[in-house]
Design a protein around this ligand. Sequence first.
Ligand SMILES: [Ca+2]
Ligand SMILES: [Ca+2]
Ligand SMILES: [Ca+2]
Ligand SMILES: [Ca+2]
Length: 514
Amino acid sequence: MKLTVLLFLSLVVLSHPLLSQIYLAPDGDDNNPGTFLLPFATFPKAISEANPGDTIYVRGGVYDLTNTITITAVKNGTANQFYTLTAYQNEIPILDFSAQPFGLKGISLQANYWHFKGLNIKGAGDNGMDINFGSYNIIEQCKFYENRDSGLQLSHGSSYNQIINCDSYFNADPPDYGDADGFAPKLTVGTDNYFYGCRAWVNCDDGWDGYLRGADSVYTTLENCWTWGNGYLKDGTDPGPQANGNGFKMGGGDNSNGDSLMHHMYLRNCVAFANKNKGFDQNNNLGSMTLFQCTGYSNITANYRIQRALVPGQTLTVKNCVSYYGLVQLGSFAIQETNSWLPPFVVASDDFLSLDTSLASAPRQADGSLPEIDLLHLAEGSDLIDAGVDLGFPFFGAAPDLGAFESNYVAVIGGLTELVEQFQLLQNYPNPFNPETHIIYLLSTPDRVTLSVFDVMGKHIRTLVDGQRQSAGEYSVTWDGTNESGIQVAAGVYLYRLELENGMAEFRKMFLIK
Ligand SMILES: [Ca+2]
Ligand SMILES: [Ca+2]
Ligand SMILES: [Ca+2]
Ligand SMILES: [Ca+2]
């Protein structure tokens, strides 16, 4: 006990240069030491005091800001020591840049290995956040809204950033209203940026925009992302044709000067609906595009339009996708399999549990993941259930379903379906985590269970439950972040997959931070 107290005191005495936790609050003071009880007031002060591995806790409340928060490469973290800038617990910090002059950005992130979490960024005079010259950053559970250009932009070679469970909406650039997208990995963006579980709605230009100018042959991946209602202002008015109104604009450049810009796009389980223009839009992208298990609904010009021939050697692959109430315009070069617009499928409103698009902006779940809603999920009896081709991802029943949402129904003889739910695999907690996390699952009947961890490339990392027979009930398994050899693995996204004896399986993502 005495030793603990002594250690504690010595840490307090030495704390200033060794701070690992820095606090920031709207009623703080930059003359404070930046502790929980005596927090700093400004972002620049907190950032200047932080070292790699430190966490800056941002208390809830409104921060009225006019200057751009700029984080330069002087503050680069490392793969093992991120800088973390996060909302404190469940508090809601609102970085309100509404008083900024037009043209100033909210946050300019020019550094590597930063982890932003839980911040609301609104009203900036330009981008809410621009990651420029910044790579390997994680932007998680942040909201970007009512900014006067794109909510989150990636530029100047920014690469390997992960945008997880973020929302971007009501962004609009007066007076022209021609540029503000929800998420903009565009122009000079770098490669291998990754979006997961993000939503973009009612941005005046596009939901996502991958238009290139100055970059070429870059890769962007989107999984479980939704976008809708783009091309309009928050009040529902249409500011004109310069407000393009595409959901996922996948490229590519004007390609009017003989250039052949390629933005290689991979979209899986993505949804676009009710956009003013196209849902999934080539926009002259001449690179490879892969659309797996996507759903387009009620986009006014077309649900899918990818018609212009690609650079030789590049491919357009569209599999297990759904279109309802909108055009599909794909070039004959498209590699297609089991899409809902191909025979023998017939798509009608009764294929879906719900077409109530107002559900899509529902609040997220406590862990930041997308809300569980019925919109565009398949209904019992749909011929789209178990109708897809196996693309290597877990599914219920005999085959993957078509579209973005794998249902709990499986096809049985005679074109009927029945509900099965033999297990539930829950989101791990804590998540993100370091060093360990817990995975909980439920079995409704006794079964043999295998629970394994993979990296995002599908490489096996660790088996946690190895085919053991378990009775019905609830199980909790802890993963300590090590591989089969007991070695700590690197920070990043991992998948855990639960498989039953009959091959039925489900996986979820988890997020190891260092
Ligand atoms: Ca535009
Ligand atoms: Ca745009
Ligand atoms: Ca049908
Ligand atoms: Ca299925």
